[in-house]
Design a protein around this ligand. Sequence first.
Ligand code: MLT
Length: 259
Amino acid sequence: MILNKLEAGQGPALVLLHGFPLNRWMWSLQLLELASPHCHVIAPDLPGHGTMALSPNGHSVDTMADEVIRLLDHMGLTEPVVVGGLSMGGYVALSIAVRYPHRLRGLVLLNTRAGADTPETAKVREEIAQTIEKTGDSSVVLEIMLPKLLAPATYQDQPEIVEMTRDMMASASPEGVAATSRALAARPSRIDDLPNIRLPTLVIAGANDQLIPLSESESLASAIPGAELVIIPDSGHLSPRENPEATNAAILGFLGRIA
Ligand code: MLT
């Protein structure tokens, strides 16, 4: 299978990986602002998300990473690229950095973490998967996650972002959400790999992220040699939508420094 994608611009490739349970459209503002003349932006749907079915090769963070590499091969992008991932997309980006370092020339980790799930979180994910399988309806994830995905102020000040996020979550396939809940619960910790990452790395944190405390982004940035940390004001977990200006400026600054 080859991942469906949004694509714009020309030049050095920037691959953007969405969070859970979202899809490629979460990056539409980055496609508008970061594409040509700056770069060739590619935003795929990960397996089990958006327009993509689950991969026949199994479903895990690592198999999602394998499918991103397959897409790059399919597109003839054999030169190293920059990969950016938000939250779950960051788990996939870290899998690529650890398992396919030669395919990368830079890494952008947005609102994400390197650690595995706690046993409590893994248990909740399994319960979510079972509920979805029983009911055939993934709205349980929307109920649990939507109140935490954005900064408290965003719910009041930017209702269109709340609606867009709700729509993306509501359109996710129940089968994909259930399988991804289990895949996220089973993902390995990458903490021990961080000191060995030899790639220019930008860590982005939402100042008001309710899911990833700032201290976690600080630890992530300090564990990767030479990584920079940029804190996005007026933003929760979805910095590319909640504060696209600051997020785009951080990414463009990084791309300029590693050109
Ligand atoms: C995401 O935004 O991708 C999720 O918060 C990731 C997760 O549930 O671990």
